[in-house]
Design a protein around this ligand. Structure first.
Ligand code: SF4
Length: 482
């Protein structure tokens, strides 16, 4: 990813209505749409997109635009950068495009960015990407994942870059190390030039507030967009079956949903609109700059969504009114996945903004065992500068003491001697968002996400700042593709 990005632009304009909305604090609504499968007829796909875009842009109640996701619902789909050509040229500065690093080499990512620039689409959100739904750990290891941090870094280093990039975070983590690693990686992405934050979907409003409070606590007043899902029974099943890694439904919420479903499909749908509208109003009161709605995939639904959200925004103008209604509607259902789930602050959802009263909550740190400490010292003694030496040096020792599986650039000293090749996506700058609520790997429910170990060593070494300040270059791998 060191090559300079070659941008070919047709649009010399610096106008960017999405950026203006964010900078002016105007609450916006993004309608999520997935780039279609490659087996879809391009003419029909373009027509559908044009109809959706028209429905979105013709709403006057509040600023609306599209967020087009990449490689999310289909394994073999049009890349968003190609699909964006079907958007109305004069409106492209209103929309946001995701770019997935899944099955994408750095070279391909550069080409996708060039396509975006040529098309005049500058609001991009690089994501590392999830596993393919039907793939196991072994198959995933064969794929290349271009980590979002690398894309942001490259854009940051490109002179006169026309892009206005954002980044993603998943705050719905309930084990302390798992949660902190999400925050540390978020700050690394902001340091690498992200201008706004897209938040993974979830129903736990306390977690959404904790993220806003953490950003305030660190004086990072970046615009934040919450992703909300309009649930259907099928989407609920998908989430419960783990088809969308990193998204969880608590047991209490699951029970409420099943109860709603037991009445009638119509009642279930009505209950979901009500829940979505309440969540949307809550997001604005918690300081979010907008919401991204998933599951609103037809012009008719767009109309309903915009009406319901704008009514809720009007109705709930005070935090006290909203929280009373929200808690009564949710019947005080527990949104955490298990008892003793970790929240960073106390007094969440008792007031809208962080003031001096809330406290950072402490947590019990799992002690590193004597064997782990000894292993760390040994690896540090054996490989102190492995990142500056040829990767093949001392490979056998690395295999024995660090589980090295052979890569083209050793990063051991930068990852507290936890080999990043142990992560099935080979990430080194921090975790993806897909871990389970108990902090287990998205691809292997029996293995803890490797970044919880990285944090344990960093904390023991009193070097937590490294986790957000140090950018780790990519290992120049251009592997098998989709
Ligand atoms: S080890 Fe962690 S970062 Fe890597 S794939 Fe698993 S959950 Fe994601």
């Amino acid at each position: 990813m060191n090559d300079a990005l070659q941008l070919e632009m047709n649009f010399g304009t610096s106008a960017n209505r999405w950026r203006e909305c964010l900078n002016n604090g105007i609450f916006s609504l993004l309608i999520e749409h997935s780039a279609p499968g490659r087996d879809t007829d391009p003419g029909a796909a373009s027509e559908r997109l044009a109809a959706l875009e028209y429905a979105v842009l013709s709403r006057t109640e509040l600023p609306c635009s599209l967020a087009i996701t990449d490689r999310y619902s289909f394994t073999d789909c049009w890349r968003t950068a190609e699909y964006a050509a079907a958007l109305a040229p004069e409106m492209r500065d209103r929309h946001v495009l995701y770019l997935s690093g899944r099955g994408t080499t750095p070279q391909e990512m550069r080409e996708l960015l060039s396509l975006c620039a040529s098309a005049g689409v500058f609001n991009v959100v690089p994501v590392t990407g999830d596993r393919f739904p039907d793939e196991d750990e072994r198959a995933t290891r064969q794929r290349c994942f271009t980590e979002d941090v690398h894309v942001l870094k490259q854009l940051q280093e490109t002179e006169h870059s026309p892009f206005f990039p954002g980044c993603v975070v998943n705050p719905f983590k309930y084990k302390p190390y798992d949660m902190f690693m999400q925050y540390f990686k978020l700050i690394k992405k902001l340091n690498c030039g992200a201008n706004f934050i897209m938040v993974q979907a979830g129903w736990d409003m306390a977690k959404l507030q904790a993220l806003r409070w953490y950003l305030s606590y660190r004086n990072l007043e970046y615009p934040t967009i919450a992703r909300l899902i309009l649930l259907t029974p099928e989407r609920m099943d998908k989430i419960l079956n783990g088809a969308w890694p990193g998204i969880h439904i608590s047991n209490d919420l699951q029970n409420s949903l099943r109860k709603e479903l037991s009445y009638s499909a119509k009642q279930f749908e009505a209950a979901q609109w009500q829940r979505l509208a309440l969540q949307a109003a809550g997001c604005r009161l918690l300081g979010y700059s907008g919401i991204q709605l998933a599951g609103v995939d037809t012009p008719d639904k767009v109309k309903i969504a915009v009406r319901r959200v704008s009514e809720a925004l009007r109705e709930y103008s005070s935090f006290e009114h909203w929280i009373t209604e929200y808690q009564s509607y949710m019947a005080r259902a527990e949104m955490a996945p298990f008892t003793n789930s970790f929240y960073l602050f106390d007094q969440l959802l008792t007031r809208p903004y962080l003031d001096n009263t809330p406290r950072l909550l402490n947590f019990s740190r799992p002690e590193l065992s004597g064997r782990e400490r000894l292993g760390y010292h040994l690896r540090r003694f054996l490989f102190p500068s492995a990142d500056r030496q040829p990767a093949g040096d001392r490979r056998l020792l690395k295999k024995l003491f660090a589980g090295c599986s052979g890569c083209r650039r050793c990063r051991l000293p930068q990852t507290f001697f936890v080999c990043p090749e142990r992560c099935p996506k080979r990430l080194s700058n921090g975790p993806c968002g897909g871990s389970t609520p108990r902090g287990m790997c998205e691809l292997n429910p029996h293995q803890e996400c490797i970044f919880s170990r990285v944090m344990a060593y960093a904390e023991w070494q009193q070097a937590l700042n490294v986790l957000e300040e140090q950018y780790i270059e990519m290992p120049f791998q251009e592997k098998t593709q989709s």
